[in-house]
Every structure is written in structure tokens, then in C-alpha cells.
Design a protein around this ligand. Sequence first.
Ligand code: F0G
Length: 430
Amino acid sequence: MAELVCFDPSCRERYAITDVLYNCRRCGGLLEAAYQFDHDAGRLKKLFRERRMSNDPLDASGVWRYRELFDFLDHYSCVTTLREGNTPLLEAPLAAAYGGLDRVAFKHQGFNPTGSFKDNGMTCGVAQARRLGMRRVACVSTGNTSASMAAYAAAAGLEALIFLPHGNISFGKLAQSLEYGARTFQVEANFDQILALVRTLAEKMGIYLLNSVNPFRIEGQKSIVFEMLDQRDWRAPDWIVLPGGNLGNTSAFGKALREAREIGLIGTIPRLAVIQAAGSAPFHDFIENGGEFRAVEKPETLATAIRIGDPVSWPKALYEIRASRGVVEKVSEQEIADAKAQVGRAGIGCEPASAATLAGIRKLTAKGVIARGADVVAVLTGNLLKDPDYIYRYHTGQLQAPGGAKIEPRFANRPVVVPNDADRIAELIG
Ligand code: F0G
């Protein structure tokens, strides 16, 4: 039996799994889905492996294949799947060398149907919306949640309402929500301000909220960890490195790891390393300085996906960092840009926020926090094509950090304009 439970350890109020609720009615705390697991780990591993051979849409989904590990539905007829998950774990020797590691493997969530890890969570959030009989769904987004929600809502026949910080998301992501038919509102405010607005609207109009404060999104994102462990034959790595914005993914990863250990799928919990952009790093600063959690009022970064100053899930993320003996690092705009070019040179590519992982690894190995020989999985959260404008500017020396400082194109690969003349071109190629 699944339940919703208040995440705050001093409250732990319980609610029905079908309550439309994003925060505890008693204390205002975050909610999580909770289960009484009674599984045989060996049997589950075998079942997950067998399902890879199946053409049943639920089994073919890299999320629903692991459905015993987030068993919140009573029937699966309300599931909309776009064959999400199934993302590769890619060895990247060149990127490892740049990061100061002997080896690194990228779990590339950019291979998802809408190009980001949000699809893993959205298929679960939309299933819950359908189960509850909701007709309208909404989110505020830095672009990926909205692209994902737009696609799944369209496929499920729900009306999608999307709220974006005007002028501060990549064009590719905005384009996705338009193409998938979502009603798209560009608000003259930042992500944190718009989230408050959307929460008010959701309550007022009975619209189902699909931001990561929705506990079912978090349940789906756990599958990123389960699939990665399955791909490694359930050998837990030493470290999992991921970017942190609203901190939903950090919460999901920590919960997945704790539950995987509880069930006996793994014996040890890897350490989480969360990387933030220096201009939007409230969680890093909180962990480093202690005291009260303080939001960053004017978050800045060209990695617009993680341009968030008041992350909703910080209490969960704090718990998971402690439970995994994790660390939080921050990286500069220059470090993100260079690391991103290196991920590209490795033949892999990712969007700017994702590159914070490799930039963070480089910093953490230099500090001796991560050992050169450590077994590291780095999560790339979004596809290279999400933000081509950033790429063009970097490689042509036109990329400027917020505030106007020039970003040095250290690994630039400039396009060359040539006349329509074979001899001249042959000469240039050399
Ligand atoms: N990487 C990418 C590509 C993202 O889109 C996001 C978040 C993150 C990392 C950070 O993940 O919020 O779970 O800590 N994007 C959200 C959005 C906020 O609206 O698409 P987080």
C-alpha cells in the first residue's frame, strides 16, 4: 500500500496516495510517496532483465520497467509512455582525463524522447494526473520540464499550461512546448517568483501541478538510478555526480539509493556530488556556511536550466546529501563552458547545465575530494541540441557571462567561411 507521507521527520503526517496535495496540511513540509517494500532482490533483478526482451510498452519503458520500485498506481491503464528512459551509460576516456579521473561513465538523459531527464518523472506525474481524473496540468519551468510536460500532456489528451521566465530559457525548449501544443505563458519574472504564482493558480483553478514539488515526478526520476544500476549489473559506483537546480533530481537519486539498499538491490550507497552554477548556488552556500537556508534573490547563469535561487526541494536534498555522505560544489561560467566543449569533443555533447557535472568533477578531483581512481557516474541531464545558441556563441568567441564578462573560448572550433573554389579550400585543408 502506497501512501503520501510528510518528509519532515518531526511530523511524518500520512495522507492517501490519491490526495491532491503538494505540501503537508499540518506543517507545510514536502511530501513523499512511501511504500512497505516486501521484495526478493534477486527475483526483481531477473524480472527487470527479462523485461528488456519484452515489447509490452510498459516493459519497453526505461521507467515503468522498474514499476515495483514505485508502486503507487492500482492499475496501469492511466500510463502514457513515450518509451522514456532507456538512456545509455557511455564511457568517455577524453572527458575522464579532463576531469582528472582514470575513467568516467556518463548516464546521458539527453537521449530521452524530449531530450532531458524530465521525461522519467513526467510519465509518472501524468499517470497520476490521469488517475485522479485531472483535465489540466501546469508547470513553471526553465524549459525542460515544460517541454516534457507538453509532450506527455499532448500524448495523454490533457490540456497543458506552461509558465516560463520571459527571455531566460533557450529557444529550443520554448519551441518544443509550442510544437507540442501547450498553452505557453511567458511571465516577466524569474523561476522562483513564477512558481509561487503557478501554485496559487493551480489551487484556485483545480489544475494539477507537475513541478518537482509533485511527489510522483520524484518517483519517476528514481528510475534514472535504477536503470543505471541495472546497466552496471547492480554494482554501485563510488560517486554519482549531477547538477543541482530546484534539487528535485538530487532528492530522487537519494531516495532511489536508500530504497535500493533497503530492498537489497545494492549493498552500499554511492556518494552524491551535486554541482551548482556559482551565480545560482544557494544550496552550495548553505552546506558550506551552515546557518539558515537563504535563497539567492537574483540568480544568474547562462546554464539557464539551473538558474534557480530558491530551490523547493532543498530540505530533501539536504537529507540525501547527509545520508550519502555527499558533497556540493559550485562552478563558474567559464568552467561550465569549457567542460561543455570537452563533453562535445568526447563525441557525446550535452546542454550547459549538464556540463556542470564535468566541471564539478574536475574541481573535486583537484581538491582531492574525488580520487583519480574512483568509480564515477556523471549524469548528463539534457541534450546538446537544447541550446545551440550557446554553442555557436562559445565557438565563435561571442559568449558573455551575466554581467558582461567575456567567456574565453578555450576549446573553440570556429566555422570557416570559404569561397566556392576547390583549390583555395584544398589549400586551407592542407
Ligand atoms: N539539468 C537540466 C538540463 C535541467 O533542466 C534541470 C532542471 C536541472 C539540471 C536541475 O535539476 O531542478 O532537479 O535540481 N530544470 C527544471 C526545469 C527546473 O524547469 O526544466 P533539479
